[in-house]
Design a protein around this ligand. Sequence first.
Ligand code: ARG
Length: 579
Amino acid sequence: MACFFRRKIAEKLGRALQQSEDVFIPALTAVPVLKKQQGADFRLLIGTLRASGILPSSGDVQVQTENLATQLKQDNVVEDISAARGIINFKVNRKLLAQKLLEPFGNGEDDKFGLNSELFNTLTTGTTLVEYSSPNIAKKFHAGHLRSTIIGNFIANLKQSLGNDVIRMNYLGDWGMQFGLLGAGFGQFGSPEKLKQNPLQHLFEVYVRVNKEAENNEDMKQAARDFFRQLEQHESHAVSLWQQFRDITVKEYRHIYERLGVHFDVYSGESFHQDQAQEVVQQLQSRGLLKTSEKGTGVVDLSPNRDMTNVCTVLRSDGTTLYITRDIAAAINRKEKYSFDEMIYVTDKSQENHFSQLFQILLAMGHSWADGCRHVSFGLVQGMKTRTGEVVFLEDVLDEARARMLHNMSQSNTTKELENPEETAEKVGISALIIQDFKGPLQSDYKFDWDRMLQAQGDTGVFLQYTHARLCSLKQTKKGVDAVAFDPSLLSEQTCTAILQHLLRYDEVLYQSAQDLQPKHLVNFLLKLCHLIASAHRDLPVKGSPEAVAQVQKKQSYANFYRFLLLNCQNTTLNSHNG
Ligand code: ARG
């Protein structure tokens, strides 16, 4: 494990500089395989020691580097120590490298690979509430909802793998004037039959139609207002129709989310906090935070000089509450109910201001726990279309990914006969969708491109799944190999070493992702791993008939190495079947 080596090097540094070895742990990083300097495995940046005050920042960097390097003694674990410009490089014993990394393999701890690192000690522990996906009933499920769904799922999986208790929450847009329209419109354009057959589609159709109708029809508008008022006053016929729309939507979504490997512990929504939102207004009032604007709306003044130059509206002039008011109520309610240590909201960047205002208001109300709330925002996706046009439903995107992948598979002459090609196409297509989304920084906008994401070569989800499948097939052909009887010292080729060195970075990569909540660190780590495994398939054959005993042993070791890699690939995707 990387920890073992990091600790050994930190011990040396601690002795040399008469400091606790712990302070050096975060300053030591595994060297990325591309940038090997004289084959070093770890490096220490002198700049980090200066920045943290361990070394005086006034001294000459090069002199400090060389002085420190000469004080460090080589041994059986750390075989070579050398100084470069502001960096000390460490090369560890290669036989030990293989041994330590492969140690958990076969002793029942395979699924823990890289998850017990001391690097994680500074991360928030306890309960993490992640709110993601959160579509609006009867409205479009747009690309932003898709991104929120997969990014939120990634964060939840990551936190769970790192040992936190995770609450996965979907906060539905299940309240507001749209239900007035929908309720009034359903009487005229709705069909209970169609609602059963294809609920999402039908609700959307009714909603579009009634909106159009209401544009020039005062009666329709009035009917919508009436229906919404009845709903707010909890009149039973209105509530029961609303409940039906909601239940049927949740049921349908549950089903579709399953295709993505996504699930939720709680389906909450704006409707839950309708009454509490009024209480929030009272609390703001009693704390002297509620001001009345010139337009007669209720606002909270967030400007630094309290001169009303930056206000947030929490109450309409007719006394009804808004999206933000419900969010304040929801946050307070979640804290009481789940007593989370951190809460993470995942939406596109158009809501950045909304969440920043939300956190500021919570703090102003005296809820210091709002410091543990975070908004993970992401950029827009342009051009997400299917063959039939614009995407309206999540299902459309998933179907399109599957259909296109199926088509590609039928065109490729290397695709073997599969038992269930539809299922394979579904899994691979969805992986492609996710990897395209996760490769870059979340903040950037990107252009959706079916052809590029579904390529078999290059950095795609297809390539990732292909590598995994190839490792699986090796496992099947080599069933007889005994995991225990294998000698890590036979894995001395540069190809093996490169993979092992790469794996040394795994806990650092997880740590990075856990800190900035960006999937790109892990995804790029995995893609690189796949490229290294592709070289291994070339250089380390397990097939063919070996003559000498030594060759037999080598092939067995390779075969086991592949099994080890397979397990790691499965674990590193953090228990989600789709990356
Ligand atoms: N339903 C909202 C939308 O589609 C997203 C909700 C985000 N979460 C929140 N707590 N406001 O834009």
